[in-house]
Design a protein around this ligand. Sequence first.
Ligand SMILES: Nc1ncnc2c1ncn2[C@@H]1O[C@H](COP(=O)(O)OP(=O)(O)OP(=O)(O)O)[C@@H](O)[C@H]1O
Ligand SMILES: O=c1[nH]c(=O)c2[nH+]cn([C@@H]3O[C@H](COP(=O)(O)O)[C@@H](O)[C@H]3O)c2[nH]1
Ligand SMILES: NC(=O)CC[C@H](N)C(=O)O
Ligand SMILES: [Mg+2]
Length: 517
Amino acid sequence: MSWSPSAEHDTVLIISFGGQYAHMISRRVRDLGVYSEVVPYAAVSQSTVEELRPRAIILSGGPSSVYEPGAPAIGDWVLKLGLPVLGICYGHQLLAEMTGGRVERGQGEYGRTRVTVDGPDPLFDGWGREEDVWMSHSDYVASVGPGVKVLATSKDTGYIAAMKAGDKIYGVQFHPEVRHTEKGVKLIANFLFKVAKVRPTWSVEGLAEKLVEQVRSQIPREDKAIVAVSGGVDSTTAAVIAKRALGDRAVVVFINHGLLREGEAEEVLSALKSLGLNPIYIDASDRFLRALKGVTDPEQKRLVVGKVFAEVFKEVATSDSSIRWLVQGTTYPDVIESGAEAGADRIKSHHNVGGLPRDLGLRVIEPLRYLYKDEVRRLALSLGIPESIAMRHPFPGPGLAVRVIGEVTEEKLRIARRASMIVEEELRRAGLYNSVWQAFAVVGDDKWVGVKGDRRAFGYIVTVRVVESEDGMTADWARLPYDLLQRIASRITSEVPEVVMVTYAVTTKPPSTIEPV
Ligand SMILES: Nc1ncnc2c1ncn2[C@@H]1O[C@H](COP(=O)(O)OP(=O)(O)OP(=O)(O)O)[C@@H](O)[C@H]1O
Ligand SMILES: O=c1[nH]c(=O)c2[nH+]cn([C@@H]3O[C@H](COP(=O)(O)O)[C@@H](O)[C@H]3O)c2[nH]1
Ligand SMILES: NC(=O)CC[C@H](N)C(=O)O
Ligand SMILES: [Mg+2]
């Protein structure tokens, strides 16, 4: 993969010390028009710097404590590059230690915290003398090294909230990337434009042509590529790009695995056709449902779906010997996660997230590998992809198999389908569909005794899950209006006869995940 946006745009290198902080920082930087890449601390070296040629470095937060043996760290060559550096939370503590200060366990500050800014500094331009910021730490910088200046302190604890070493190295104990830090974006912008003086040239509009050219130049004229499309925004956008690059040499494939939502196969087919994608439609419902029979274990279900997907694609690939490539809609967080978090606990096998199995014998091209989902959505709109696809909620590759708890049966699929349709419809009607990340209904094997029309009814429990999220990695349940919840519940119990009880899922991620399986 030769071309990367960092070759053309002033780039900020974000060194990740774990968790989701780094992507959130990266998204804020990109929203300010500056291209950024996230590299896990363990993978960062001077050659990363030579490759990316960053104009500034940001050190993210992370769950560890700098004074623990074996805590994540980075060589002090980072400070010798002469580049502006901003450390956030863990990154701030690390910088404090690297510049001769001391970090200790303190009393902890969590959530909204008031800080006092001690004097004018370019980093705090536009800040008042006192501001509310968002903190989440239990360690604190107890003392700073020689020549390091304290710029701000917490009002209640007196802890160091911001410091500066030299004229370009900053640390902040709070999280400017979190929305609750009211002037957080301002601070990041100050760092980028006033301290680092980078140029904001990054935007996805205008990127389409470049990506089309990339795909065209990578695939030899006599070769064809499979483009697996689900109708989701990522794969559809990748397919439109591939189609423009390859014309008829793009073999677009849409599989119905029998785990799609109500009316989805028809809708996706007609949307793909109107985009000129002319998909090969494979109805493999029976095959998937047969393979899933009797399977109750969550991971096992995912494995089965992944395996059958691979079989079907293999058959398509072997049907034409000039098919040598696979175009995928893999996005930036997928790339980072699949490469980086080695040693991390496997929560779920997101088979289809990174796409189809690599052993298909096809070479993989991922035109969206540098983009976040909201950037893909904007790119999609710039390519003329209709809003109904561009703004569509993510829908997992294994489909309703992960929204049915326990064995996947025709009955439970029907319930999940009808109930999910009601949830989506009511959200759209309330004008809330685009403001939530995902909204769906889940069914398992538990039942509840009910009374319908004066008769005893013993029926299924449906759980409604509606979440807000920026990237699916963390999520909060949506505070929907009670009357909307009421409408959803009564429609489900009256329109889906097998259901007697509707519950609303009010657990964040973590500790829950978004999908039940
Ligand atoms: N029904 C399907 N037919 C063909 N390919 C599929 C199907 N479902 C998933 N895939 C493949 O698996 C990949 C991953 O699916 P995933 O749901 O993560 O992405 P998406 O559907 O493109 O976008 P979104 O996350 O918005 O739903 C897709 O990009 C596509 O290549
Ligand atoms: O393409 C996908 N294949 C999968 O196997 C899969 N499992 C979960 N998801 C989506 O990922 C996000 C996070 O989901 P979880 O909190 O359930 O892990 C949410 O947006 C989920 O919908 C998947 N997407
Ligand atoms: N959010 C963070 O980066 C936390 C850093 C460190 N573990 C602390 O608790 O202080
Ligand atoms: Mg999808």
